[in-house]
Design a protein around this ligand. Structure first.
Ligand code: ADP
Length: 326
């Protein structure tokens, strides 16, 4: 599909260049032939007694010859311009369409991944219901078990659909930028994950400083909830998590450090991609998630013109660093 678009745009560019080039050539040809005629007119008047028919003949042949040369040269130059513009136009067309092609490929991949993730819980629910319907002797407790399991799948679907909505709507949130306290944002995020941490007996050590930034309060709370939630999710029980805030010139740095499973160096470049999950989170204990959290976190940080990075050692823990303009 994009090959045809490249070709069409190339031909369109070539057409524009050639229209300009041919129009200029026609103008040059017409000006120069008129100019020769105009320059020779006074000579003809002055030397009218001396000019013979033979001389007139010779002169018109010379004029015709020079016009012919001019035509050939102009055709030759137009051909060169055509060849150069063909290559130039192709590269320009590629440069113009490449980002659109990349955006479309990524959009298609996103749709395919999202559909796949949506189908998995639906398929599980369908299979369970079909089995239950085939069982003529199903009792109340078995039916309740089935409903409970279906409810869990529905909850997963709810989580996934709100994450999908979030990831597609994040760009619109720039409108609500205002002066906010980042330390308050972090406290609010911490309060949301506190219970989850308590369940695993995980202790938080928060070192916050008072600092104001321009941003969207709600999205920033969401950003730190994602990072803290991951830190809890990928840590073992009775572990410790540190939140550290510091100022560095015009930036505020927030670090979320855990002592959990860690991330392999080969996975780190991809963890901010949509739907990417490192093997450690898929296998073994099957930690729940869709690989969308860090993609949302990265979008929120990008929205604030900030930076997010990760340092990690498998088995030792991970440290996520968020840098925002103060
Ligand atoms: P998920 O829903 O899988 O947690 P995320 O986008 O939040 O999705 O994270 C992507 C992947 O990065 C996770 O699947 C996990 O492999 C890895 N990851 C993220 N945070 C941590 C962490 N604190 N410790 C270890 N691995 C992490």
């Amino acid at each position: 599909m994009f090959k045809a678009a490249y070709l069409k745009l190339t031909l369109f560019y070539v057409l524009i260049v050639m229209i300009i080039s041919v129009s200029f050539s026609a103008a040059i040809y017409s000006i120069s032939t008129n100019e020769i005629g105009r320059n020779l007119a006074p000579q003809s008047i002055i030397f009218r007694n001396l000019i013979t028919d033979d001389f007139n003949d010779l002169r018109s042949r010379q004029i015709e010859e020079s016009n012919r040369h001019l035509r050939i040269n102009l055709i030759y130059y137009n051909l060169i311009i055509f060849i150069i513009s063909l290559f130039g136009s192709y590269f320009s067309a590629r440069r113009t369409l490449k980002p659109i092609e990349e955006a479309m490929v990524s959009q298609n991949r996103f749709t395919a991944d999202a559909s796949h993730e949506l189908r998995t819980p639906l398929a599980a629910m369908k299979a369970e219901i079909e089995v239950a319907l085939r069982d003529k002797k199903i009792n109340i407790s078995e039916s309740k078990k089935l409903l409970k399991s279906n409810l869990e799948e529905i909850e997963k679907l709810e989580k996934l659909s709100s994450a999908l909505l979030k990831i597609t709507r994040i760009q619109e949130e720039k409108k609500s930028f205002e002066n906010i306290s980042l330390d308050e944002v972090i406290i609010e995020a911490f309060e949301k994950v506190e219970k989850l941490a308590a369940k695993k007996d995980i202790e938080f050590d928060n070192k916050l400083i008072h600092s104001k930034i321009l941003g969207d309060h709600q999205s920033l709370v969401e950003l730190f909830v994602i990072l803290m939630d991951n830190a809890i999710k990928y840590s073992s029980v009775k572990s410790k998590i540190n939140i550290l805030m510091k100022k560095e010139r015009h930036n505020i740095i927030v670090k979320v450090k855990d002592r959990g499973v860690g991330i392999r160096a080969s996975d780190i470049p991809f963890i901010f991609n949509r739907f990417y999950r490192a093997d450690s989170s898929r296998s073994k204990d099957k930690i729940s998630g869709y690989g969308l959290g860090l993609a949302i976190a990265k979008q929120i940080v990008d929205l604030h013109n900030g930076k997010i990075s990760c340092e990690s050692k498998p088995g030792k823990g991970s440290e996520f660093t968020v840098k925002l303009n103060s």
